[in-house]
Design a protein around this ligand. Structure first.
Ligand code: ZN
Length: 288
């Protein structure tokens, strides 16, 4: 059964480790993440962007697939199904479809409107026993290659959003979605420390986990980050393994064209990446 991310993240924050959010795109992705979480006894968050939700034909399909898979695979570790960067409308759809967690990305609204909409969702999530992630100070995008920095959040704004009763808070600290530009100046730990000081027990979320050096990840966890989002890295390893399979001509020999064979190396590559991240974040064995 899907659970809210609240308990797993509070435990992570208290235990100084982080739970990975791995974004899913299809059945292979979902299967890979769930199997590794179960094998290594780690809590896990399955992230679904609005685009990925649409790709999988809608949120109800995603809920049906994940619930069915958890039952068929006997998944017993805590799993949250989470909307990533949701609009207000997207959040409402996921509440209805049976997600156990949502992120409302109100970072592009003026702070007053972000607060108003977040308040409404806090109420709904409390009623449904769901977790809610809010964002302050938008996170740099992959088109930001020219600029060396992602956006940095204002710690006071973080405090005002945290006080509304959200479960976890994403704050830009120079992190970027997608691949990091060569002139990236790194995470802003002074701001992270300030945010943690003002928001206390609130689990903090680090977006754009792909390509942040390991020592920076560890330092971020020591400063209160309890959830780290991984998306691009699984896409890169999946594509790389699939390309190798095709380039080696394996789809042309025997029944190598069978999608169950064709997609297997990519699926295994996702598994390896997920395991590596869980090790780095320290979440292995925490679901025992
Ligand atoms: Zn993000």
């Amino acid at each position: 059964m899907l659970v809210s991310a609240k308990e797993m993240l509070q435990k992570a924050k208290a235990g100084k480790y982080a739970v990975g959010q791995f974004n899913i795109n299809n059945l292979e992705w979902t299967k890979a993440v769930l199997l590794i979480a179960q094998e290594y006894k780690s809590p896990v968050i399955l992230g679904v962007s609005e685009g990925a939700g649409k790709y999988m034909t809608g949120y109800k399909t995603v809920v049906g697939m994940v619930n069915g898979m958890m039952e068929e695979l006997n998944i017993t570790v805590p799993v949250a199904l989470h909307l990533d960067h949701g609009s207000f409308e997207g959040c409402m759809k996921c509440v209805e479809a049976g997600f156990s967690s949502i992120m409302f990305d109100g970072s592009h609204y003026p702070i007053a409107e972000n607060i108003e909409k977040t308040k409404e969702l806090v109420k709904i999530c409390a009623d449904k026993g769901m977790s809610l992630e809010a964002e302050v100070g938008s996170i740099g995008g992959e088109e930001d290659g020219v600029i060396g920095n992602g956006e940095v959040a204002d710690p006071k704004e973080c405090k005002s959003i945290a006080d509304l009763g959200v479960t976890m808070l994403a704050a830009g600290i120079g992190n970027i979605h997608g691949k990091y530009p060569a002139n990236w100046t790194g995470l802003n730990f002074e701001v992270l420390a300030e945010i943690q000081k003002l928001t206390g027990e609130m689990p903090l979320v680090l977006h754009g986990g792909t390509g942040i050096p390991e020592d920076m990840i560890k330092k971020a966890i020591s400063l209160g980050v309890a959830k780290i989002n991984v998306n691009t890295e699984c896409q890169l390893t999946f594509a790389d393994a699939t390309r190798k399979y095709i380039e080696a001509g394996k789809d042309l020999s025997g029944k190598g064209f069978d999608p169950r064979k064709l997609l297997a190396p990519g699926t295994d590559a996702i598994k390896a990446t997920v395991k590596e991240k869980m090790e780095l974040f320290g979440s292995i064995g925490k679901a025992e």
